[in-house]
Write a protein that binds this ligand. Structure first.
Ligand code: PLP
Length: 367
């Protein structure tokens, strides 16, 4: 047994890339039985009548057959729901995570760079690392605004193959403003991907900018609006760009059940829109309630989460005390220097937000 172990270790070190051996896998905590406020999921289910209609649809699925390789019905549903002009091509991924990976694969190579403001969505950095690319994170200001001069100078110096801009940004929740975004897209020598994962919760919408900028792609997902379990990411842009990236997509990446469910959900999208409207309202209420607690700074948010800062050194205790109480939020303290003492809380419906507030209030008095 021991010999075996040594042999496996030796082989791993001989064959697996040293930079991969050094990595640690993206941690997803066990959330069994917990109130889950850590991953920006929609907390609402579907009304019963919709659920039974959906189940009837699923009964049509033929799992003995491969799925349609291009998911035409899903794309039609997306075009209608998101008002995507016929000039733009759509490509689907197993979540937008897969799309980030495929975009990066299309441009990867020695001395190729991925650039993104930081802190932002961690997969930009991780996927660049997986592919052996250089990654440049340009720090935001202390108030989480985009540092335009610094970003422009890094773009000039690094000549990134792709720039990722999440709007609203995760985990800061804010928008950086059209003027700065335009300057960055104009300065970028390569692709710019505007990641609109939180489009359901903001009026900001950069789909129209595809007309202005041939190097721009828009990325969305159904995850945050209410279908995280489905895994459907959406890339929109000039057909010539999409054609290249699509070559790297595995032929059946969107399975039959996802295609059927997505089409059904898109035909009934009003339900998600109502739920999003309610979550926007709850975001305002939760923001007010958290601000009223002692020792918390609450940042403005255009997404379905709130970023908060605790008093110095308290974030880890508060995070674990909430976990003890059965409530899971995201600890960001330690993830990036700008996020020291920060926690991220997904907005839920009233009862769950109240449960969080009730558990949180006594912890803040302890300081
Ligand atoms: C959650 C998130 C994603 C990933 O979404 P999936 O479609 O679930 O893979 C992408 N970008 C940002 C900014 C996110 O917050």
């Amino acid at each position: 047994m021991t010999d075996n172990r040594d042999q496996v270790d030796a082989q791993i070190h001989r064959w697996v890339r040293p930079d991969i051996v050094k990595l640690t896998a993206y941690p997803v905590p066990d959330s069994t039985g917990m109130l889950k406020l850590d991953a920006m999921e929609n907390p609402f289910g579907w009304p019963d009548d919709l659920k039974s209609q959906w189940q009837a649809k699923l009964a049509e699925a033929r799992l003995n057959r491969y799925p349609h390789p291009d998911s035409p019905e899903v794309k039609t549903g997306l075009r209608n729901t998101m008002k995507i002009d016929s000039r733009w091509e759509i490509m689907l991924g197993n979540g937008s995570d897969e799309l980030i990976q495929l975009i990066a694969m299309a441009v990867a190579g020695p001395d190729r760079t991925v650039l993104a403001p930081e802190p932002s969505f961690v997969m930009y950095r991780m996927i660049a690392q997986f592919l052996g690319m250089d990654y440049v994170g340009v720090p935001l200001t202390a108030g989480f605004e985009l540092d335009l001069e610094l970003t422009l100078s890094r773009i000039e110096r690094e000549q990134p193959a792709v720039v990722f801009l999440a709007q609203p940004n995760n985990p800061t929740g804010n928008l950086w403003g059209d003027e700065k975004l335009r300057r960055i897209i104009e300065a970028a020598p390569g692709l710019v991907v505007m990641d609109e994962a939180y489009t359901a919760f903001t009026k900001a919408d950069y789909l129209d900018w595809l007309e202005d900028y041939p190097n721009l792609l828009i990325m969305r997902t159904l995850s945050k609006v209410g279908l995280a379990g489905l895994r459907l990411g959406i890339l929109i842009g000039d057909p010539a760009w999409i054609e290249q990236i699509n070559k790297l997509r595995l032929p059946y990446n969107i399975n039959n059940l996802t295609q059927l469910s997505a089409r059904f959900a898109l035909d009934n999208f009003a339900v998600f829109e109502q739920q999003s409207t309610e979550l926007i309202r709850q975001r305002g209420l939760l923001h007010t309630a958290l601000t009223a607690l002692p020792g918390l700074t609450v940042f403005p948010s255009e997404a379905n989460f709130l970023l908060v800062r605790t008093e110095p050194g308290r974030a880890a205790d508060i995070h674990s005390a909430l976990k003890e109480a059965g409530i899971l939020i995201k600890k960001l303290d330690g993830v990036h220097p700008l996020l020291t003492d920060c926690l991220r809380i997904t907005v839920s419906f009233d009862e769950e937000n109240q449960r969080l507030l009730t558990a949180l209030a006594p912890l803040l008095k302890l300081a």
